[in-house]
Design a protein around this ligand. Structure first.
Ligand SMILES: NC(=O)CC[C@H](N)C(=O)O
Length: 365
């Protein structure tokens, strides 16, 4: 049975796509930056990755929700997306771990969804225009020009990191090296990868000062992924600057961008970003190519690295952008993609081993 179209996605360029509301339909309206993700699976990890805070995420894969949502694959206990756009939202999830449907999950997390959208066509619009502001609304009789004016007046969220970062310092004990994980909106996957390697992990808020970090006497610092423009959290870049070349440090995604900013390099916004599970990345140190999981809208400007002590270690084979950095001191490295691979291929787990090895060597000196 075909459902009546009762919602629309209005894009700032004037395109209007009609579909069916699902999830938290009582919200009536939601505004965000419309981005696309090309992963075929992993919608649960996408929905709970805090890096998507403030964004309306559209999945290019046409059937979403088919294996339901479970208790184990959450990347964070909440969903921070502003909206979710799919072609078909499965109403009959089937998997032994499944606890709820995509509709139930979005309702519980207060996220508005719209189904019945040709998400591949929408993706083509974004690819041509670049990332767009958009609104999902159930008020399909509203005057479009009024909605467009409202969209224009609404600015992008700028305080996402403070919304998603932990408010308290907490510790997951381990027998290995003491790692301070600066939570910019961290995925649980990063935490798990460190614990798996025996690390004793102390998670700290994004605005923890250098002195406070120092007092925790870390053997290494990990700076997590997170939402928004890296320049909106220059405060964190300044806090990590004193540790460059002094202590083993590793950055993932937003963490990578912050390391670059801290060292004096620049970041720029990509036209439509990289979000998916099959981005080819070359490790220039070994010439090996890895298939990686990615989710970012900004990138480190290669031209700005001169004089920073940072060298490019990894590049994206699709568009040649910077995907990894190493520092002359040998203590500092970072990647733009997700070695914790959730969702995505497990190719890059070796980077966590490299971080732990760097700590080991540094401690032995
Ligand atoms: N996943 C991330 O950490 C994303 C980093 C940053 N918010 C970007 O979009 O580029």
């Amino acid at each position: 049975m075909k459902q009546q179209k009762n919602a629309m996605l209005v894009l700032e360029d004037g395109n209007v796509l009609y579909g069916c509301a699902f999830g938290a339909t009582d919200n009536k309206k939601s505004i965000g930056e419309v981005v696309f993700n090309t992963s075929m699976t992993g919608y649960q990890e996408v929905l709970t990755d805090p890096s998507y805070c403030g964004q309306i995420v559209t999945m290019t894969y046409p059937l979403i929700g088919n294996y339901g949502l479970n208790a184990e694959d959450l990347e964070c206990m909440f969903s921070h997306v502003s909206g979710f756009v799919v072609k078909e939202a499965s109403i009959h999830p089937s998997n032994w771990r499944s606890l709820e449907s995509i509709d139930e999950f979005l309702k519980a997390h207060g996220v508005m969804g719209i189904a019945g959208i040709d998400t591949r066509m929408l993706t083509r619009i974004i690819r041509v225009h670049g990332t767009l502001k958009g609104m999902i609304t159930t008020n399909i009789d509203a005057d479009i020009s009024t909605l467009l004016a409202e969209l224009q007046q609404t600015s992008y969220m700028y305080d996402q990191v403070s919304r998603v970062s932990t408010k308290n310092i907490f510790r997951s004990p381990g027998n290995g090296y003491r790692v301070v994980l600066i939570d910019m909106g961290t995925k649980l996957g990063i935490h798990h990868e460190l614990l798996k390697r025996g690390c004793d992990v102390t998670v700290v808020p994004y605005n923890t000062t250098s002195e406070q970090i120092q007092r925790l006497q870390p053997d290494g610092i990990m700076i997590s992924n997170g939402p928004g423009d890296p320049k909106s959290v220059m405060q964190t870049a300044e806090q990590i600057r004193p540790f460059i070349g002094k202590l083993p440090m590793y950055g993932i995604c937003l963490g990578h961008q912050l390391i670059a900013l801290a060292a004096g390099a620049n970041t720029i916004k990509l036209k439509f970003g990289h979000r998916g599970g099959n981005n080819p990345v070359k490790d220039l140190r070994t010439n090996r190519v890895y298939i990686t999981s990615q989710n970012h809208g900004y990138t480190v400007d290669k031209e700005s690295l001169h004089g920073t002590g940072l060298q490019v270690s990894h590049i994206n084979l699709n568009d040649d952008t910077v995907e990894g950095l190493v520092h002359d001191s040998g203590l500092l490295a970072s990647v733009q993609y997700h070695p914790e691979a959730a969702p995505g291929p497990l190719d890059s787990g070796y980077l966590f081993d490299e971080f732990v090895d760097t700590i080991k060597k540094w401690k032995a000196e």
